[in-house]
Design a protein around this ligand. Structure first.
Ligand code: HEC
Length: 147
């Protein structure tokens, strides 16, 4: 009798555990740690940054008297738990001040790549796309995930 009861409990619990595992799998989010840009793209972004952004945000990207930094803790605090689509959109609708949209979407996303590199995020083999919907799916988390 006891054995049957235990078996019954196991049979009830197993599918539940499986369901939990599947939900967790489905929930795995893409983050800025997943290698979301390529090195060559960040290089392109560096030239664009130098020509259009450096005068205010500084060559080392840490900001200056006229503008805050786009690398470092204060920047990271402001953007944590947002996604790359939001950051991309803030750049193209506000920067450079007085001339938002002066760059192409491709140029903005290339600059976004060099900003990620400047914040210590790894490069990989797929370019960061100049596409708001796809960028919306990449979450900004500054602590390196364990996996
Ligand atoms: C004329 C000076 C100037 C130039 C040039 C400039 N910025 Fe800015 N930027 C600012 C100022 C001032 C702010 C803060 C005001 C604000 O957030 O609206 C800012 C804010 C930002 C932010 C938001 C930072 C945050 O933490 O909220 C980003 C990202 C940014 N700039 C990127 C760029 C990029 C990329 C370029 C080049 C395409 C650029 N900026 C060019 C002055 C400048």
């Amino acid at each position: 009798m006891r054995v049957l009861q235990i078996m019954g409990i196991v049979l009830l619990v197993l599918p539940a555990l499986e369901a939990v595992a599947q939900t967790n799998d489905g929930d795995v989010e893409r983050t800025i740690w997943d290698g979301v840009y390529v090195e060559a793209q960040a290089e392109r972004g560096a030239s664009i940054y130098q020509a259009n952004c450096e005068i205010c945000h500084a060559a080392n990207m840490r900001g200056g008297p006229g503008a805050r930094g786009v690398v470092g803790l204060a920047f990271q605090f402001l953007w944590k738990d947002k996604n790359l689509g939001e950051l991309f959109n803030a750049m193209r609708t506000k920067m450079p001040p007085g001339q938002p949209g002066a760059l192409t979407d491709q140029e903005y996303v290339d600059v976004l790549s060099v900003i990620l590199r400047g914040n210590g995020l790894p490069a990989a083999t797929a370019e960061l796309p100049a596409d708001r919907a796809q960028l919306d799916e990449i979450f900004i988390i500054w602590e390196k995930p364990p996996h």
